[in-house]
Design a protein around this ligand. Sequence first.
Ligand SMILES: Nc1nc2c([nH]c(=O)n2[C@H]2C[C@H](O)[C@@H](COP(=O)(O)OP(=O)(O)OP(=O)(O)O)O2)c(=O)[nH]1
Length: 129
Amino acid sequence: MLVSACALVDLDGRVLLARRPEGKAMAGLWEFPGGKVHPGETPEAALVRELAEELGIDVAEACLAPFTFASHAYAGFHLLMPLFLCRRWKGVPVGREGQALAWVRPDKLSDYAMPDADKPLVPLLRDFL
Ligand SMILES: Nc1nc2c([nH]c(=O)n2[C@H]2C[C@H](O)[C@@H](COP(=O)(O)OP(=O)(O)OP(=O)(O)O)O2)c(=O)[nH]1
């Protein structure tokens, strides 16, 4: 499964996490906004689409900087997830699908329960930001 995700970073250097809604796989865990890349879609285009759908913000592909990726074997599927960084967008993120959002200081990211695939990404982000 190819999923494209993004660390949105605000002017104070905080990172946006979104809580996976009830009823979805891994409900209640905090994740980087994003979603599945559709057939024929680029990871960048998928992210622009998902960020508009999920958060109501407008992001230009040029503002998505490749940062790192997750490669993780879940029971039943393997997840490959490029993680982009973005510091510029239009609009104010709101949870358009009812998901809770949190702006989190890098040194507090480990206080948030995240999917297993995301765990190795946290120290990389903390060291970079
Ligand atoms: N968006 C996102 N997904 C993640 C992260 N970590 C992680 O393991 N995942 C997994 C959870 C899901 O198995 C998959 C994303 O699928 P999803 O169901 O949220 O994607 P989607 O929004 O396209 O979903 P849908 O339209 O099919 O409902 O990736 C993360 O940080 N962000």
